[in-house]
Design a protein around this ligand. Sequence first.
Ligand SMILES: [Zn+2]
Length: 365
Amino acid sequence: MLPEFLNDRSDARSRSTATDFKPWLVMGAVGVSLALNLGLAVRLGLSGGSEPVPAPVVAVEPAAPEAAPAINVIGDDTTVANAATPPDQVPPLPAPLGAAATAGSHVYHGVVQSSISATFTGVTDTSAAALSAVYTRLFAWDLDMRRDLHRGDLVSVLFEQPVGQEPLVLAARFTSQAGSPSEHVYSAYRWQAPGDRFPSYWAPDGTEVPKRLVAGPLEEYEQVTSLLKDRPTHAGMDFKTPIGTPVQAPRAGVVTRINWNQPSNGGCVELRFQDGVLAKFLHLNESLVKEGQSVAAGTVFAKTGNTGHSTGAHLHYQLERAGRVVDPIEYHGTLRRQLQPDVMARFASETKSLEAQLIGQVAQR
Ligand SMILES: [Zn+2]
């Protein structure tokens, strides 16, 4: 079940570059991190770490199309390193926040000694491999967990374990080079922004943690579960999204094929963009176009599904130029959304108990 990239291939490298392990350094690092966390808690006006998770948003409403945007968009062409989930083995969609009966939330903290997967071996409330994979996928937009780890880095995660599903991360933090002048803290809180159909993950400054394709095939989706670079055998990018999500043409083009190789692809559509790039959309529930038909950019031409060789509702999006696979991240470029100032207070208010739980458990250790 463990995705290939999470195997301990990073061990040799980190062992050769890390200095000797110094426990006092780690303790100091924990202290510094604690101080930082407590400082943040004070800024957020927290009184302690014992607050329960707030009753989360349950209703899933479609975004109001013409509503005033709650979110800014910042262009960003940074490429992506890694994410989890093997090809088309998409985990089931978690129930909407708060709707699932769970045994409550759990907190895990780890200090990096070698690989990220080894850092999670102490997890008792869920599968260590699964939590490591979800955590790695969450921060993959900024961190390559094979390349960017240092001994003594700190890992913190607040999560639920819905029955039969992968762990649901509510809050997570990665402290790189803790206690050193180069310390950098990455934080992510699960939160549903106004107008969004799904919760996402946001940094304390209101920046969305996962990046998005510029003019991608889906207006809304739950999350990217597989990137092209994850595995050489997987030629596309996977978006986990409920069956029936509208798929739009990222560029103007012509429909070149429909429903070929259905045992594997399921319902599928191939478009040839005007620049000659072929775009394949697999595992569809419904196609709304015919072969030879021209589609304008932005035209909804299909609905997502879970057909063919697919273990969960998602869209597989694949690009090829002259027979060679192209990374959608590079072809499209990426952007990062930013919460507007007028929703920041609500964001901070609604995520402060997540922060408190993450911190509170640190303080007890
Ligand atoms: Zn795929």
